[in-house]
Write a protein that binds this ligand. Structure first.
Ligand code: EPU
Length: 419
């Protein structure tokens, strides 16, 4: 079993380069199943969720080559089966994108129930509603999802809830459908725009991604034969921004799109830290104890739930009492118990957590309960006095590329130890 050993406190200083976005990459890879040809994808983060996606695509008959550390080619001309391996698809959340892509390309698919971080109930009713509106039949039984369609025909779909996954999945299923699909009340996250841009580069006709109405005009075939680069990871950038604030450091975060970071930038300024925006990089520094704040997580462009735990570390050491209202996931405060082991004073109940800021955290053994909780615990370990041991690294490795190396390069005393 691996653990991360972090000794602090250390103010983080220097430059860090952001990788391609996990949540875009894990949708773009299945989207490549729609292409009756070959595509090249650059800026692919080398993380375990991407590796599992590649394995699933290969089991379906696609050929994948890593031609450079972050560049792959995918040849989806010969899809040989419509049964995705249940064990692999159940390992992570984004396997549900295989359904939308394969329904559109082959009219049939069988996958395991998607897994992923345990953040409370994670229904997929809106995905299914979309597939059915296009003419598919979907059954969910004994841990698997089976979807079939003789023909998919475009339709108007109103999403009852703003869902990143359902928006992308319906977009995928509509790409090769007959006629036009309109997705109303769509999610607007940067990775939705990225998936649409990828598909359009490969020959699709998708308009309005990034607004709450997306129109997909079905096309007969995606021919590929093009290269696309995955958007920089907004959440990884935000993680380092918050690490700079919590550690009273000074970081230049390179290869990011600062427009995607506006909500987090606003909160960082509110707690008294400084931000300089250069468009494709951002400098964040903090020279005093952060002030308290109120945070509400919301769909984009609101404050992202995926930065809530990292912000929680900042608020745990802020001057005064802060509050976080989590509006996306039922159960995203599990990390607060781990921070309390390190001396934080956080009480979480239901959707709300109250943070009574303490002057310092102290090192302790802690357990990463999900991906972003793991990132928060690394920041807490860097800020805390003494040594923190972080367990359950498989969560962190799902979504952050070379994380300990990136933190080590900006001064953190962090190492991975195999016990
Ligand atoms: N929801 C439904 N029905 C559905 C779909 C969603 O009720 O059919 C609800 C969910 O239960 C949740 C809300 O809608 O309360 C939003 O869920 P959404 O579908 O937007 O989330 P997701 O697509 O499953 C993605 C990211 C998450 C991120 C959320 C919100 C991927 C693979 N995952 O999940 O990322 O928290 O959007 O932004 O893109 C992470 O990276 O750590 C992570 C958990």
């Amino acid at each position: 079993m691996d653990k991360l050993v972090v000794t602090g406190p250390t103010p983080l200083k220097g430059e860090v380069v952001i990788s391609g976005a996990k949540n875009a990459a894990v949708a773009i890879l299945p989207a490549a199943l729609l292409i009756d040809g070959i595509c090249t994808i650059e800026n692919v983060p080398n993380i375990s969720d991407v590796k599992i996606s590649c394995e699933i695509l290969e089991k379906l008959g696609a050929k994948i080559d890593w031609i450079a550390p972050n560049t792959i080619t995918i040849d989806s001309r010969n899809i040989t089966t419509t049964k995705a391996p249940l064990d692999l698809t159940s390992k992570f959340r984004a396997s549900y994108y295989i359904i939308g892509a394969m329904l559109s390309r082959k009219g049939s698919i069988e996958v395991g129930m998607p897994g992923g971080c345990k953040l409370g109930a994670r229904p997929i009713d809106q995905h299914i509603k979309g597939f059915e509106a296009l003419g598919a039949t979907v059954t969910v039984e004994k841990g698997k999802i089976v979807a079939n369609a003789e023909k998919l025909v475009g339709n108007n779909i109103y999403m009852d809830i703003v869902s990143v996954g359902a928006t992308i999945n319906i977009m995928l299923s509509a790409v090769l459908a007959e006629g036009t699909t309109i997705i109303d009340n769509a999610a607007k996250e940067p990775h939705i725009v990225d998936v649409a841009n990828f598909l359009n580069t490969m020959g699709a006709d998708i308009r309005g991604a990034g607004t709450d109405v997306i129109k997909v005009n079905g096309v007969k075939r995606l021919k590929g034969d093009a290269t696309y680069s995955v958007v920089p990871d907004q959440i990884e950038a935000g993680t380092f921004m918050l690490a700079a604030v919590a550690s009273k450091g000074d970081l230049l975060i390179k290869n990011c799109i600062t427009k995607h970071l506006e909500s987090i930038t606003a909160k960082i300024v509110e707690v008294g830290a400084h931000v300089e925006d250069y468009g494709d990089s951002i400098r964040v520094w903090c020279d005093k104890r952060p002030k308290s704040a109120k945070i509400k997580t919301l769909p984009y462009p609101g404050f992202p739930t995926d930065l809530q735990p990292q912000m929680g570390v900042v608020l745990s050491i802020a001057n005064g009492t802060s509050m976080i209202n989590e509006n996306i996931w039922e159960s995203r405060f599990q990390y607060t118990e781990e921070l309390n082991k390190m001396g934080a004073k956080i009480s979480a109940q239901g959707k709300t957590a109250i943070f009574e800021g303490v002057e310092k955290l102290s090192g302790s053994p802690v357990y990463s309960t999900d991906l972003r909780a793991g990132a928060a615990l690394i920041i807490a370990g860097i800020v805390a006095e003494g040594t923190t041991e972080i367990y359950n690294l498989e969560h962190i490795d799902r979504g952050y590329e070379n994380i300990e190396e990136k933190f080590r390069n900006i001064g953190a005393n962090i190492k991975r130890v195999t016990e």
